[in-house]
Design a protein around this ligand. Structure first.
Ligand SMILES: CC(C)(COP(=O)(O)OP(=O)(O)OC[C@H]1O[C@@H](n2cnc3c(N)ncnc32)[C@H](O)[C@@H]1OP(=O)(O)O)[C@@H](O)C(=O)NCCC(=O)NCCS
Length: 163
């Protein structure tokens, strides 16, 4: 189930950002004590952030935001494209949950903003993420270096926009 965040999700948010596995290609884990101080009582309450709930417990997040104009990788000069992001707790990997959740979020987006493309950026070393992007129907636009690593930049268009 995709839903907005609740106070009961706080421990899972801390775990996502403290996990060395989850953060391998996202700049590394953050210290747990720092997170315990900084994470608000109800984390992640913002438009475009979906908590993924399996049998009543949070297993990850899927986000749709606007890509920062300052970062490299854009489809158009004015930037601000919709960008997909995803993070799941390691025990939830390998079951197809991320594919199912991201496909649902993209379906919602295609209804809300028909014809609007979605972009995605992930390190080329992040095999799982690249496989997920391909399964969702993202295609490569370009590759570039950022944060000392090669990045894969891809785009997705809803079926309605391509006919
Ligand atoms: C990227 C990430 C979300 C991918 O998670 P995932 O569980 O591998 O992704 P999927 O939901 O697509 O699951 C696919 C796996 O489930 C398996 N699977 C099992 N049952 C399945 C089912 N019923 N349906 C589909 N797939 C199933 C597939 O075989 C596949 O396993 P494989 O990769 O070993 O072949 C996860 O690795 C993650 O959170 N990484 C850390 C955060 C991160 O790097 N994010 C990228 C930010 S850009």
């Amino acid at each position: 189930m995709l839903r907005e965040s609740e106070a009961q999700d706080r421990a899972a948010f801390v775990e996502l950002f403290a996990s060395p596995e989850v953060r391998t290609y996202l700049g590394g884990p953050r210290p747990r004590d720092e997170l315990e101080r900084a994470v608000p009582a109800v984390p992640g309450r913002r438009p475009g952030l979906f908590v993924i709930d399996l049998h009543g417990a949070m297993i990850g997040t899927v986000t749709l935001g606007r890509r920062d104009a300052e970062r490299p990788g854009h489809l158009r000069p004015e930037a601000g494209e919709a960008e997909l992001g995803y993070m799941f707790l390691p025990e939830a990997w390998g079951h197809g949950y991320a594919t199912e959740a991201c496909a649902a979020a993209l379906g919602w987006f295609a209804d809300a903003l028909p014809g609007e493309p979605v972009v995605l950026c992930t390190q080329t070393a992040n095999d799982r993420s690249l496989r997920l992007a391909a399964k969702l129907g993202f295609t490569e636009v370009k590759r570039f270096e950022e944060y000392g690593a090669e990045q894969w930049f891809g785009m997705w268009s809803s079926p309605t926009s391509s006919g």
